[in-house]
Write a protein that binds this ligand. Structure first.
Ligand SMILES: NC(=O)c1ccc[n+]([C@@H]2O[C@H](COP(=O)([O-])OP(=O)(O)OC[C@H]3O[C@@H](n4cnc5c(N)ncnc54)[C@H](OP(=O)(O)O)[C@@H]3O)[C@@H](O)[C@H]2O)c1
Length: 259
């Protein structure tokens, strides 16, 4: 077995590299193979002979995607379909933003997606096109990815709070934070699986309560409508992780992840 990790210098890609290193797995990371270029991907696959492609690359700028629709679709959708044609087992990541967040109970893998944003639509397109061309692929939906030692929403908020500037965080977006290292370790347990899976750490929480809990500081409250964000985000995007837990992956609360 040999893993190919795309986007190896991103938030999740770095955690994936670290997990493989720690377990002594055979892997190769790529940072300069443009996943929109099918020939470049094929050449890399021919050179390194991976058995699995773990796709940690993606267009992840949720607001900017509203203005860069073509690029978001090229990276999150078209490129993922191209991966499906490489004759390598693909493990791909998607997002809670495929759901509209209109309900109040956790979303299962069976629930109907209805993305509100270009980012969410491009990610849903990627899942669907990949599973059409390569039904044996594995798609792992994750939510609110964080790593306390890497740039992400959480560390951005921590920096703002420690700079002493007034910080306001929304109370009307509820989800389950996913610790990048835990996502990476869960992924390694799903290498031989196919179809859609949900992973997130335990503890549904609002963005406001999450940041307040992690920083231990009183944080100002805001509503999504108070910010002039380009993209709409789901109000409630809690993923159900029943399927992955029944499979045998154990999940800890986000509060137990290193802070
Ligand atoms: N972050 C979250 O909260 C979150 C939540 C749910 C799901 N996800 C999903 O999880 C996955 C990983 O997200 P992340 O937060 O780790 O992303 P990230 O930190 O933004 O990293 C994305 C990586 O993709 C690379 N990339 C972008 N366009 C590329 C292209 N055309 N060819 C090759 N590489 C390209 C980037 O390289 P450059 O830096 O050089 O552009 C970067 O290394 C994505 O599929 C994302 O949709 C993330």
């Amino acid at each position: 077995m040999k893993l190919w990790i795309t986007g190896a210098d991103g938030l999740l890609g770095s955690a994936m590299v670290k997990a493989c290193d720690e377990l002594g797995l055979s892997f190769v990371g790529s940072t300069d193979v443009d996943i929109r270029d099918e020939r470049a991907m094929q050449a890399f696959a021919d050179e390194h002979g991976p058995t699995h492609l773990i796709n940690c690359a993606g267009y992840t700028a949720v607001d900017k995607a509203e203005e860069e629709q073509e690029l978001a679709y090229a990276v999150n959708c078209d490129a993922v379909e191209k991966m499906g044609r490489l004759r390598v087992k693909v493990v791909h990541f998607s997002t809670d933003y495929v759901f509209d967040g209109m309900r109040e109970t956790p979303y299962t893998e069976e629930d109907m997606p209805n993305p509100l944003s270009v980012y969410g639509k491009s990610k849903l397109g990627g899942e669907q096109r990949l599973l059409e061309v390569a039904p044996g692929s594995c798609v792992i939906r994750i939510s609110w990815l964080f790593d306390n030692r890497a740039p992400c929403f959480l560390t951005k908020m921590q920096e703002l709070v420690s700079s002493g500037k007034p910080v306001k965080v929304v109370t009307d977006q509820v989800g389950r934070p996913s610790y990048a290292n835990d996502v990476a370790n869960a992924t390694l347990q799903l290498l031989d699986q196919s179809g859609i899976w949900h992973f997130a750490n335990y503890g549904a929480v609002s963005r406001h309560a999450w940041i307040q809990s992690v920083t231990g500081q009183e944080i100002g409250k805001a509503l999504s409508a108070d910010f002039a964000s380009l993209a709409k985000r789901p109000a409630y995007s809690v993923l159900s992780t029943e399927k992955i837990e029944q499979f045998g992956v154990s999940i800890r609360p986000w509060q137990k992840c290193v802070f």
